[in-house]
Write a protein that binds this ligand. Sequence first.
Ligand code: GDP
Length: 194
Amino acid sequence: TTRSDIRGVVRREPEAGPAPVPRVKLVLLGDSGVGKSCLVLRYVRGQFDPNSKVTVGAAFMSHSVHLPDGTTVKFEIWDTAGQERYASLAPLYYRGASAAAVVYDITSKESFQKAKHWVSELQKNASGDIVIILVGNKTDLVELREVTPEDGQEYASRNDMLFIETSAKTAANVSEIFETVAKKLSGYQAPPAE
Ligand code: GDP
């Protein structure tokens, strides 16, 4: 009897209904003012409110992504609640995180530099196999752009991160942040073109 036979017998369980939906902790990082809260509110509630600093009642918000291959990924999206002002976050914030979105503001070179600080914070505090997406937000502010898409893409590629540019204001690419991460986490492969 081979090992795999034994494992197969021991591991086999009676029909247990649909597989449980994996819960994925995704932490938001980035300088204060880059639009982290606005991105989450745009994604979870479909709203953009430039004036209200919304108090999130819970520590995180949940939202599911349904991929075309039938996979569902349920995100727990953690916002910093302003704690990033202290330059580092409590270890609890990172604990158990499978994914992170590091956000900067494309109209602020400084926020792009700070994104690099947050990437190194992640490398210190999170587990090694975390999926990271670099997010350049506020693409609607075309005239004020200071960071090119090429700058963002180049930094992301060099550090093995995904990359996307978004606008929480116009909703451009916001749900794609989470879809892109869900695809990476689940090993999704696009069906071959017809
Ligand atoms: P946080 O501190 O990173 O959570 O940033 P907020 O979500 O509080 O946003 C900071 C400011 O940027 C607010 O005044 C928002 O209205 C503004 N903001 C956020 N996202 C966008 C965007 O995509 N476009 C524009 N024009 N403003 C944005």
